[in-house]
Design a protein around this ligand. Structure first.
Ligand code: UFG
Length: 326
């Protein structure tokens, strides 16, 4: 059975993918510098401590484990932070991705599946968003993800590197068996912040950023996709490339949009508690609506979502929040 090297495998999406890979019979090797990942989330394979920018270390791990493919998650993910400190984002996301491509080109190319983002679309003119929509990122984070895609195209042309970029919309939810979940510090994402406000109603309200958008209830609409559905797409993407099929970028979303207020309401239904919130000003750079057209993922990867109904997303995220608290 194939061995897959997972950079950033100690993180939120990476750890779910590792679990799913192991369940599917793959041998997993996690490569992570633990800057934001968690050692205790590395439970489904070997662990190699290392930074993606460290090409010597990467090379020695590749030689040691001889993976058949690489899934690359290790990157910085906060839009706001990328605006404040763009250098850190270009270094970690662009240089880190470049190092992986260079080492693969030198050591023998093999399939590379990489984390992309809907942030490459910026403020899309049409929704749902198809992969053919123009890419026009509006912040350094989105730009680093688009540059990575361009580099992959160039490495494919020059060195025959097979690649796939999966452009996530809003990753959410947690492992239904409660073995891993979302643990960012600081947390910027809506659903964990809503659930934190439920857990600590005395100490924190969740801020809702803007209720004057041109949407039915005035709050932003997003496409929330369960992290377990993301996990299955990564394994399908590896299989696709291992079968020698074409390199490309593919959206991963549910195709359904929910407003911030709808998320709050759904969280109240699932938890049985009121969500204390306060309406704040718009957050810079938030598009009013961002919803995927997932047709390409269904067609190319034969991907089907199984976990992404909103209630299940919130129920699994809530179970994880409560488990973290224990
Ligand atoms: N929001 C709040 N309060 C919060 C957090 C978020 O109201 O405490 C709102 C945001 O303004 C936005 C929505 O909830 O309207 C979702 O925000 P998230 O921060 O959860 O997610 P984003 O849509 O901003 O970000 C996601 C990915 C990014 C990616 C981006 C692309 O997490 O990696 O989509 O637009 F860059």
């Amino acid at each position: 059975m194939s061995t897959i090297l997972v950079t950033g495998g100690a993180g939120y999406i990476g750890s779910h993918v590792c679990k799913y890979l192991a369940q599917q019979g793959y041998t997993v090797v996690v490569y992570d510098n633990l800057s934001t990942g968690h050692r205790e989330m590395v439970r489904w394979g070997a662990f190699e401590h290392g930074d993606v920018r460290d090409d010597a270390r990467l090379r020695s791990v590749l030689r040691k484990h001889k993976p058949d493919g690489v899934i690359h998650f290790a990157s910085s993910i906060s839009v706001g932070e990328s605006v404040m400190d763009p250098g850190a984002y270009y270094e970690n996301n662009v240089l880190g991705s470049l190092r992986i491509m260079q080492v693969l080109a030198q050591e023998g190319v093999r399939p590379l599946v990489a984390s992309g983002s809907a942030a490459v679309y910026g403020l899309p003119e049409t929704v749902p968003v198809r992969e053919t929509c123009p890419t026009s990122p509006i912040n350094p984070y989105g730009r680093t993800k688009l540059i990575m895609e361009w580099m992959l195209e160039d490495f494919a042309r020059a060195h025959g590197l097979p690649w796939m970029v999966l452009r996530y919309f809003n990753a959410a939810g947690a492992d239904p068996e409660g073995e891993t979940g979302e643990s960012h510090d600081p947390e910027t994402h809506l659903i964990p912040n809503v659930l934190k406000a439920v857990r600590f109603p005395e100490a924190c309200q969740v801020s809702l950023f803007g209720d004057d958008y041109p949407t039915p209830d005035g709050t932003c609409i997003r496409d929330y996709i369960h992290v377990m559905d993301l996990a299955s797409a990564h394994v399908l993407a590896c299989e696709h490339l291992l079968q020698g099929r074409p390199s490309q970028s593919i959206n991963l979303g549910s195709g359904q949009g929910f407003s911030v207020r709808e998320i709050v309401q759904a969280a109240e239904n699932v938890t049985g508690h009121k969500v204390p919130f306060v309406i704040k000003a718009r957050r810079a750079g938030d598009p009013a609506r961002l919803v995927a057209d997932p047709a390409k993922a269904r067609q190319v990867l034969n991907w089907q979502t199984r976990f992404s109904d909103l209630e299940n997303i919130l129920a699994t995220a809530w179970a994880w929040e409560q488990k973290k608290a224990r």
